[in-house]
Design a protein around this ligand. Structure first.
Ligand SMILES: [Zn+2]
Length: 222
């Protein structure tokens, strides 16, 4: 396509980014976890995840830099979020279901990236044990408890998107891009210097150098 001048009234110029799926207090959503059959057959690799920290003041998630044998500054500095935890993600299809004449009808659907805590992961894992996520949708209900949004997950009796071959094709076509979005948005991948800055740790710089070298030594060398 050629580069052209564009007016301010085009409505087909959109960000290719997906919105993230988010639960709301007092709401219940029906979702289907989206993944190709091979991913499920191959060790149920249907989630992505990383260890993260949460910085309270800026409310930022960032990826933990430690390994099993090498603890980094994100874990060793004292601050409220220094204990790392898992943050996970998956791709979901969210259905817009409407009751009409006593029947439930599918009025629309959206494929969305979904990021969640280890708590939700364990609930999904538990359901998958009894109601496999490649055959059953989930219903997820949100209720605020204190400052946290608690979620209750229950199985639905089938998988809407997998039952309809046309819908399945469309949903799976959106899956790879949505999965990349999940991976890219779980947490910020900061480098050590950026983590120090976020946590307000002084970085060794000119001040430290000045205390190690006396002015006389510096002048002698000139
Ligand atoms: Zn860490």
């Amino acid at each position: 396509m050629e580069v052209g001048m564009i007016g301010a009234d085009r409505d087909d110029v959109q960000s290719s980014k997906f919105k993230n799926y988010k639960g709301e207090d007092g709401k219940t959503d029906r979702l289907g976890l989206v993944f190709p059959d091979e991913a499920y057959a191959n060790g149920k690799k249907i989630y992505c995840g990383t260890k993260i920290h949460f910085e309270q003041k800026t409310k930022k998630y960032f990826i933990c830099k430690s390994t099993d044998t090498d603890k980094q500054i994100c874990c060793t500095t004292p601050y409220s979020g220094n204990k790392n935890s898992w943050r996970l993600g998956a791709v979901v299809v969210k259905y817009n279901l409407v009751k009409e004449d006593g029947k439930t009808k599918l009025k629309g659907w959206e494929v969305l990236p979904w990021a969640f805590s280890e708590n939700v992961y364990n609930k999904l894992k538990k359901q998958d044990g009894k109601f496999p996520l490649n055959k059953f949708d989930i219903e997820i209900e949100y209720k605020k408890q204190g400052q946290f949004l608690n979620s209750e997950i229950t199985p639905c009796n089938d998988s809407i998107w997998r039952k309809n071959p046309e819908l399945m094709k469309k949903v799976l076509a959106l899956y790879p891009a949505a999965l990349e979005d999940v991976k890219g948005n779980l947490a910020k991948d900061l480098n050590i210097e950026e983590i120090k800055e976020l946590l307000g740790i002084d970085t060794p710089g000119s001040q430290d150098a000045a205390t190690d070298v006396s002015i006389g030594d510096v002048l002698d060398g000139v």
